[in-house]
Design a protein around this ligand. Structure first.
Ligand SMILES: *[C@@H]1O[C@H](CO)[C@@H](O)[C@H](O)[C@H]1NC(C)=O
Ligand SMILES: *[C@@H]1O[C@H](CO)[C@@H](O)[C@H](O)[C@H]1NC(C)=O
Length: 409
């Protein structure tokens, strides 16, 4: 039997049994989660079956397998309790570090995206992730899909929208498995603004995402692009504080309907272009005054701003009318993560603008940064002479707690 035939049988079985509504409060089980995912997508006008059947099947089976583990864990816990272990779950010995910049790489996604920023996409499992956290003393982490997010099929809206939904269901499942330790930033299918609004709502309100991850550019459009304004407007209007995590992407230029990688050097874009990408998109968000106008939105900025701090005066001195107001936003609604080798020297450039140290967060970039970078980065924060012990504790934990508040897992 051909895969497609097997697949359509598989699909029709699931489609015929749609009846449930899947919400964060629901106990979704491995046996019914697939139905719920498909019917919720349908309700939002998303055709998950637009995706390649092989990908769709791998994704559904990985998601079901994770929910299977959620059930097993719950059963084990019940048994422990009924056996008289009334002490609750034993708390392993770890510190309170919160990692705000870290990634999930479902195997089915790695197959679609074998390279990231010109480097091989790392191999990852949720179990390895938790082991890494335990070894590094990290208690809680906010995970996200890295670049290119759902932007894997340039120009193909249906596929991009379906992929975004699958990625969010997948990452939400990992968070369910380690509730209390993992939260996530949801991907959105920009540049398709209306679909991105619908996905952000679903992920935040139904799946419990702590915020959204936006790429520096989506199919060549930087975040201040006029067509994205309704997205920021809608997010801003969701009520309460909303969090946007900005992640660098490979730069592209559009030529007709073709996207052309715009790396002018021979080096992989992840190695250095990502820093310029962060600067470009923050410049765009600032000069369009997107960050000024939508005041409920807070931004998590990777790599203490990449190349942006070096460019701030250059950019803003030419627009004196928004100089002070922009620095004010960088000091209150921008939160700068430490991912990468940023605390040897680079962070001093950001602090030179008077950004309060209470806006600094800790991030590892696991598993994309090589292990020596992750451990070295943590050591560099600990060894830095720019911060007092109390300020370091705040970088590792309190500042993130202030940003996320009740959204913290
Ligand atoms: C899945 O089934 C369980 C019972 O087996 C039920 O409690 C739960 O509400 C269902 N969840 C969904 C999303 O249908
Ligand atoms: C923000 O508001 C200013 C007017 O105060 C306006 O000039 C600008 O176009 C607005 N930008 C966005 C992205 O809403």
């Amino acid at each position: 039997m051909k895969t497609s035939t097997i697949f359509s049988i598989f699909a029709s079985v699931f489609l015929s049994s749609i009846s449930v509504v899947y919400a964060a409060e629901d106990v979704a089980t491995a046996s019914n989660v697939t139905d719920a995912i498909i019917s919720n997508a349908e309700a939002d006008g998303i055709d998950l079956f637009a995706l390649d059947p092989a990908i769709l099947n791998s994704a559904l089976s990985e998601i079901s397998s994770v929910y299977g583990q959620v059930e097993e864990t719950a059963t084990t816990e019940r048994r422990r309790r009924s056996l008289g272990h009334l002490m609750g779950r034993q708390t392993p010995d770890r510190t309170d570090i919160i990692d705000v910049h870290t990634h999930a790489v479902p195997d089915w996604y790695k197959q679609m995206v074998p390279t990231t920023g010109g480097n091989p996409t790392p191999t990852w499992t949720i179990a390895d992730h938790v082991t890494f956290m335990n070894n590094q003393g990290i208690n809680k982490a906010i995970i996200a899909i890295s670049a290119p997010g759902a932007s894997v099929y340039p120009g193909q809206k249906g596929l991009t929208v379906a992929l975004a939904r699958f990625l969010n269901e997948q990452v939400a499942a990992y968070c369910r498995l380690h509730s209390g330790r993992l939260g996530f930033y949801a991907v959105v299918p920009l540049p398709y603004t209306q679909e991105a609004i619908a996905e952000a709502k679903y992920a935040i309100q139904n799946l419990g995402a702590v915020g959204v991850v936006l790429l520096s550019n989506h199919e060549s459009y930087y975040l201040g692009h006029p067509s994205f304004k309704p997205f920021f407007q809608a997010l801003n209007g969701l009520g309460g504080r909303q969090i946007v995590y900005v992640h660098p992407n490979t730069p592209y230029v559009k030529s007709g309907n073709n996207l052309i990688e715009a790396n002018p050097t021979t080096y992989p874009t992840g190695n250095i272009e990502f820093y310029f990408e962060t600067a470009r998109t923050l410049m765009d968000l600032t000069l369009t005054q997107t960050i000024h106008n939508f005041t409920n939105i807070h931004y998590v900025i990777p790599h203490v701003g990449g190349a942006f701090p070096a460019a701030i005066d250059r950019i803003l001195k030419s627009v004196p009318a928004i100089y002070d107001s922009s620095l004010q936003i960088y000091s209150t609604r921008f939160w700068w993560d430490s991912a990468g080798p940023t605390y040897y020297h680079q962070v001093a450039g950001l602090l030179g603008y008077g950004i309060p140290k209470s806006q600094l967060l800790f991030g590892t970039d696991f598993p994309y940064a090589p292990i020596f970078t992750q451990a070295g980065s943590l050591a560099a924060v600990k060894a830095s002479t720019l911060f007092t012990a109390a300020e370091k504790t705040a970088i590792f934990k309190n500042n993130a707690a202030n940003l996320f508040g009740s959204k913290l897992p």
